[in-house]
Design a protein around this ligand. Structure first.
Ligand SMILES: *[C@@H]1O[C@H](CO)[C@@H](O)[C@H](O)[C@H]1NC(C)=O
Ligand SMILES: *[C@@H]1O[C@H](CO)[C@@H](O)[C@H](O)[C@H]1NC(C)=O
Ligand SMILES: *[C@@H]1O[C@H](CO)[C@@H](O)[C@H](O)[C@H]1NC(C)=O
Ligand SMILES: *[C@@H]1O[C@H](CO)[C@@H](O)[C@H](O)[C@H]1NC(C)=O
Ligand SMILES: *[C@@H]1O[C@H](CO)[C@@H](O)[C@H](O)[C@H]1NC(C)=O
Ligand SMILES: *[C@@H]1O[C@H](CO)[C@@H](O)[C@H](O)[C@H]1NC(C)=O
Ligand SMILES: *[C@@H]1O[C@H](CO)[C@@H](O)[C@H](O)[C@H]1NC(C)=O
Ligand SMILES: *[C@@H]1O[C@H](CO)[C@@H](O)[C@H](O)[C@H]1NC(C)=O
Ligand SMILES: *[C@@H]1O[C@H](CO)[C@@H](O)[C@H](O)[C@H]1NC(C)=O
Ligand SMILES: *[C@@H]1O[C@H](CO)[C@@H](O)[C@H](O)[C@H]1NC(C)=O
Length: 874
């Protein structure tokens, strides 16, 4: 796996140039110069001001080495030394860090013929049990760098070098930097750096301390572009903290009437990719100057329309869902729009591939127990005891057997420490291996008591052979008195303890408590137990939900008789609507909502079928799940998962009683509903338009998690090239897209409009249409109120001012962008999701009190504000 693209072969060997004036805070950095001796050494690299320390405190294996003097020229000092790993398949660095935090991890390799073999090795790099990347040196290059952005799942990080053949892994430097939680957000997985460039004509790379997060920015230019530069101050304070030097330069097309293009090819064509583009207007705009462009990729696919970089303000655009391209090629094109007087521009670009970590770590408790066992018995000779004890399976620790349940962490079921020179007492750490079935401590020099905790290890079936070795005075080191609780288990035959005396045969006084069993017999038992164990876990964890397992719709069909049973003859009414009545029901101990369609229903048979077809095909966390349906003569019913807290409308109006939905809750509901809708638009084949997005169709479960409901009107919409499908205009007055109403041409942007109305309701808690108001329709009313005064005029007074002003502004801007009369100018749902996530981030930041927010104090109706990363107040 190697990554490169056409305009850049990652240049690796770094030589710092920027003279730094003032060192930024690097207290949270970990910067290791591997192989640096002695272990206490700490020094500051002059070219970057980064403080390096020896790696010896983070690893207990490997050999230190130095590269050839001839190769040191122009290299920073951390590349002069290295650590190599001739022994063991896997060797790991261990870091104590913070779970759920996002880190930038950089590893650098510079061979420098340190071993005089002049043979460039190949090996793999792992993060915990998962492969990160392969390291090799294509084209005989001596150096190679790897970078990734990763959110830790546990309080520790292991970076491992893994042999893949005969050659010896080595590493020169390992660097870890925390990143802002709200940046580089993915739907799933970590990000591997493909490229990070800025558009400078000078061949200077940028890293710390120009970049406070120590990302490395490589210069790029080609003959189609020219670089422009400003000496003015550029405000780079959005979450991404693009360095000032990077922000001050930008690329524009050489021929101003041509588009700006950026092309690259991912070497791994199946990769999912995230692209981050950083923009700031650095040209001193005259009064009539407009710089506006459409960003498209791969032959006209929309990435971002009508973009206007902000004057001397850094903004970041990115795709909230991973993209891929069938051949790994990406051709981006930035085209001036009709009103633009200036050519397109870009300041910096980052490209990442998604890496999904599929292999689960062994549970933290078991890992720490094993690490403590390793430390307390000083088991340094066990070269395989590095990294995760169980995972990946082919690298599990010697003497360990693990079970690998489906979709769950591996667990240690057998530990064989025979002949391992264990001395001292039996450590209570063994008790933390709760899934242990067998434990072999034979042929060691253990002393002390036989601990009672063995009796509490429920699954333990066999403890094999404590050595009853006698010391010089003839006393056994191990006190062979067996605790009562353990005796009981022995008597119940639920545990086998075999005490033996292997070293000194002369003693005959050893009590025989072992239940004699041939070795073969023990093994047969263990195999059976292991099978039972695995099967039991499978059954317990197996999928039960009918709804989630993709069954065909006919499997969901039930009779009217069953409907009567489920609802106990329609005992409890949950709600009524134009379509009929919704009843409470119970199906196989699961609560459900049963919607009976009345004969006079507005929702006809066609809508009923449409909904059944859609929901039995489409499953998503934020779409209400169909549990079953009834199509039995005249009786039509839809059976949904039960949504305990009713619909959003009831909750906003206070009809259900209960507390006012907080700002945070409202945003979460908005983001979840938006994700459901976004899935209909982009995740389904063919894409779907809901056509009836409104607050009564957003349902809330017991945790106030939101799901979109009512797919009776949902249609697939024509994609490019298809002929236009004309359907009768449908929807709910007030939410209905006026453009769709007028032109009768259906697109996903109609849903965006309706969603915008929903957002306005979430913000204002006003009815959509109210004849008694100064303006009847909520949109007109909101615009009027905003022009009259400030934000507080429209935000729901029930919130009592408890919301983040920046986030609220952003949300208002977003809502107004969604309801733009021209569908072209509305954002896509993908961008809406991205924006809402950022509002959430602001609210969370406010709740944590970590950021000081102030009102921006102006309204900006332009769409371009709708999907940018908004600035961070510092
Ligand atoms: C490293 O040194 C060797 C031998 O002295 C030389 O052949 C090679 O080109 C050098 N590599 C670099 C990157 O300087
Ligand atoms: C990490 O934490 C463990 C236990 O808390 C400790 O034993 C170990 O020394 C720490 N490692 C480092 C590198 O600080
Ligand atoms: C980062 O965000 C995640 C989820 O959004 C959260 O669980 C975690 O606590 C956050 N971490 C920090 C350090 O704020
Ligand atoms: C710039 O592009 C335009 C339109 O594509 C073309 O007519 C013109 O010749 C180009 N100018 C130069 C200097 O290449
Ligand atoms: C990028 O690709 C487009 C379309 O394939 C092509 O017209 C353009 O010349 C390419 N630009 C560069 C810089 O390679
Ligand atoms: C820009 O994008 C919009 C929306 O996709 C499109 O309608 C318009 O024609 C594009 N303009 C140019 C100059 O490509
Ligand atoms: C250009 O600007 C005018 C006035 O602001 C606007 O009405 C028009 O829609 C814009 N045209 C395009 C193509 O964006
Ligand atoms: C433990 O390992 C030793 C040597 O590899 C083997 O002889 C012994 O049978 C193992 N014990 C168990 C319980 O499997
Ligand atoms: C062995 O352990 C038992 C119970 O813990 C204790 O009563 C006895 O004195 C111990 N014997 C020796 C020799 O330490
Ligand atoms: C940068 O912009 C943000 C908001 O746009 C503002 O709060 C901040 O004060 C600006 N910083 C400077 C140094 O002007």
């Amino acid at each position: 796996m190697k990554y490169f693209h056409s305009f850049l072969l990652l240049l690796i060997i770094a030589y710092g140039i920027f003279e730094s004036v003032q060192a930024q805070d690097q207290s949270e950095f970990i910067s290791l110069a591997c192989g640096l001796v002695p272990k206490e050494t700490v020094y500051t690299e002059k070219s970057t001001n980064i403080i390096y320390e020896s790696d010896a405190n983070y690893i207990d294996s490997g050999l230190v080495g130095r590269i050839n003097d001839a190769n040191k020229t122009r290299l920073q000092q951390q590349y002069w030394t290295l650590r190599s790993f001739p022994e063991g398949e896997r060797n790991c660095y261990n870091f104590n860090l913070t779970a759920n935090r996002k880190y930038l991890i950089k590893a650098s390799f510079n061979y420098g013929n340190y071993d005089d073999l002049n043979r460039l090795p190949r090996f793999d790099l792992h993060i915990g049990p998962n492969k990160w990347t392969s390291v090799s040196f294509p084209g005989g290059r001596y150096g190679s760098n790897r970078e990734m952005i990763h959110v830790l799942t546990q309080n520790r990080l292991q970076v491992c070098l893994v042999k893949t053949g005969e050659t010896t892994p080595f590493i020169n430097s390992l660097e870890i930097r925390p990143l802002h939680n709200g940046t580089y957000v993915t739907q799933s997985g970590s990000l591997i750096l493909v490229s990070r460039v800025y558009f400078s004509p000078t061949p200077l790379f940028v890293r710390y301390d120009d970049d406070i997060h120590d990302r490395t920015w490589l210069p790029y230019s080609d003959d189609q572009k020219v670089s422009i530069r400003t000496d003015l101050f550029v405000n780079t304070s959005n979450f991404y903290d693009v360095p000032e030097v990077v922000a001050k330069t930008a690329a524009v097309p050489k021929n101003a009437s041509q588009p700006l293009t950026l092309n690259w090819t991912l070497s791994e064509i199946t990769a999912q990719t995230y692209i981050y583009m950083h923009f700031a207007e650095i040209h001193n705009l005259e009064a009539n100057d407009i710089r506006e462009f459409n960003i498209t990729y791969n032959g006209g696919k929309n990435w971002f329309p009508y973009y206007r970089p902000r004057k001397l303000q850094m903004r970041t655009l990115y795709n909230p869902r991973a993209l891929n391209s069938p051949d790994g090629k990406f051709n981006f094109s930035f085209v001036m729009t009709g009103n633009s007087t200036l050519p397109p521009l870009i300041n910096a670009l980052e490209i990442y591939n998604v890496l999904n970590f599929l292999q689960l770590d062994t549970s933290q408790d078991e890992v720490s127990a094993m690490v403590n066992i390793k430390q307390s018995y000083e088991l340094k000779e066990k070269v395989s005891w590095q990294g995760d004890p169980c995972a990946p399976q082919f690298l599990h620790w010697e003497g360990l057997k693990c079970s690998y349940p489906n979709a769950d962490s591996p667990m240690i079921i057998s530990l064989n420490l025979t002949d391992s020179k264990l001395t001292g007492r039996i450590t209570p750490e063994f008790a933390k291996l709760t899934q242990l079935i067998e434990l072999d401590l034979s042929k060691n020099d253990l002393s002390g008591d036989i601990p009672a905790f063995f009796a509490d290890m429920k699954l333990l079936k066999l403890i094999l052979s404590f050595l009853l070795c006698r010391n010089l005075s003839g006393n056994p080191n191990l006190n062979s008195t067996i605790p009562d609780s353990l005796q009981q288990r022995l008597h119940r035959n639920s545990l086998t303890l075999i005490l033996s005396e292997t070293h000194r045969k002369e003693s005959k006084k050893v009590p025989v408590v072992a239940i004699a069993m041939s070795v073969a017999g023990v093994f047969a038992l263990l195999v059976i137990l292991a099978i039972i164990f695995v099967v039991r876990r499978r059954i317990k964890k197996g999928p039960i939900s009918v709804n989630a397992s993709g069954v065909k719709s006919k499997d969901l069909k039930i009779t009217y008789h069953e409907v009567l049973k489920i609802t106990k003859n329609f005992e409890r009414v949950l709600g009524k609507g134009g379509f009929g009545t919704v009843y409470y029901g119970n199906l196989d101990d699961t609560q459900v909502a049963v919607k009976m369609l009345s004969h006079s229903s507005a929702q006809g048979y066609k809508e009923f079928k449409a909904e059944v077809d859609l929901l039995s095909r489409v499953h998503h966390r934020y779409l209400v799940g169909l549990v079953g349906y009834c199509d039995d003569g005249d009786n039509l019913a839809l059976i949904y998962e039960y949504m305990a807290n009713g619909d959003l409308s009831e909750n906003m109006s206070g009809k259900r009683g209960g507390n006012v939905l907080t700002w945070e809750k409202r945003m979460q509901i908005a983001v979840e509903a938006a994700q459901g809708l976004e899935y209909l638009h982009n995740g389904c084949q063919p894409p779907m338009v809901h056509r009836d997005v409104k607050t009564t169709n957003i349902l809330l479960n017991e945790r106030y998690g939101a799901k979109l409901a009512d797919f009776g009107l949902t249609r697939s919409f024509p994609i490019d090239g298809d002929c236009q499908v004309s359907t009768a205009v449908a929807g709910t007055p007030g939410y209905l897209d006026p453009e769709y109403n007028k032109t009768n041409s259906l697109s996903e942007k109609s849903d965006v409009y309706s969603f915008g109305v929903v957002l306005l309701q979430i913000i204002t808690n006003q009815p959509v249409i109210d004849k008694t108001r100064e303006r009847t329709h909520i949109i007109e009313w909101a615009v009027l109120m905003l022009t009259k005064g400030d934000l507080r005029n429209i935000i729901d007074p029930k919130l009592m001012g408890d919301y983040d002003t920046n986030g609220a502004w952003k949300m208002v801007e977003l809502a107004l962008a969604c309801v733009n009369p021209s569908s072209d100018r509305r954002p896509t749902m993908a961008h809406v999701v991205m924006e809402l996530n950022e509002c959430m981030a602001l609210e969370n930041a406010r709740k944590q009190g970590s950021e000081e927010m102030s009102s921006r104090g102006y309204v900006n109706f332009s769409l371009s504000s709708a999907s940018e990363f908004i600035p961070r107040a510092r």
